[in-house]
Design a protein around this ligand. Structure first.
Ligand code: HEC
Length: 237
């Protein structure tokens, strides 16, 4: 073994390390990496249909999924149990069409009705001051704790603790209409729809090229940054 043997080995090793470093730098220059929350239409490594996934992520941040899947919960709810459960409301509310108001407003057709908007009932400022309508999420929050949802509300009722009872009650309220509001789609279906839209708008060749071109590191780094932006969820739930 000549004197130069170990020099050659060292040379090959150093050259190898240099090549890896150069390729890595080249990769970063060609495809800059960004933290997940910095991504927008100008800096993603592959085309992303931002409209399909809920707008400009740079402005609005990652879309936060609602914690409660009303599509699943309401589909599983029991309307007749809801009808039994609203006995605790009937000291103050009427539920029949045209029955008139009691201590509280008549609740026929309350789903999707404007909050604090029944004709001929005088609401507290706490409730009439809330914009929007009684969608499933608003009803769920209000019925969990009326006082927490609308501080100062005239509805002196502690709330319904059990989520399944709340869903039964909401399903019953939904049935109090000539045209019940549609049930929301389960979140899993919505995610599938969005994914299908994105896949449809992105030609398969582009996806394949992108996957081949994306340095392994890019795909490793993005998720590692993501937890800092993780949704904190709703404390009330
Ligand atoms: C002690 C009486 C009382 C009980 C019991 C009660 N409510 Fe109420 N409710 C009221 C009053 C009063 C209001 C009006 C609140 C205000 O103006 O702040 C109201 C308002 C509401 C509203 C808002 C309606 C609208 O038009 O904006 C809904 C929905 C509602 N109640 C549902 C229920 C349900 C469901 C129950 C039973 C689980 C229930 N309430 C139990 C007194 C009561």
């Amino acid at each position: 073994m000549g004197d130069l043997f170990w020099n050659k080995v060292a040379g090959v090793l150093i050259a190898g390390i240099l090549i890896v470093l150069v390729i890595k730098e080249l990769g970063h220059t060609l495809v800059p990496t960004h933290a997940a929350h910095d991504l927008d239409e100008h800096n993603t490594a592959y085309p992303v249909d931002w409209a399909a996934i809920g707008g400009d992520a740079a402005e609005s941040g990652p879309a936060i999924m609602p914690a409660v899947d009303y599509g699943v919960l309401l589909a599983a709810a029991d309307v007749s149990r809801g009808e039994s459960a609203i006995r605790q409301c009937s000291s103050c509310h009427t539920f029949v069409d045209g029955a008139g108001h009691s201590t509280g407003p008549n609740l026929w057709g309350v789903v999707d009705r404007g909050i604090g908007s029944a004709d001929g009932y005088s609401y507290s400022a706490a409730l009439s001051g809330i914009a929007g309508g009684w969608d499933y999420a608003a009803l769920n929050d209000f019925l969990t704790s009326p006082r927490a949802y609308a501080p100062g509300t005239a509805m002196s009722f502690a709330g319904i603790r059990s989520e399944s009872t709340r869903m039964n009650v909401i399903a019953y309220l939904r049935s109090l209409s000539a045209n019940p509001a549609p049930l929301p789609a389960p979140l899993a279906d919505m995610v599938e729809d969005v994914a299908a839209d994105v896949m449809q708008d992105t030609p398969a060749e582009t996806l394949a090229e992108t996957l081949a071109d994306t340095p392994a590191e890019t795909s490793m780094e993005a998720p590692a940054e993501a937890p800092t932006e993780a949704p904190t969820g709703d404390d009330d739930q």
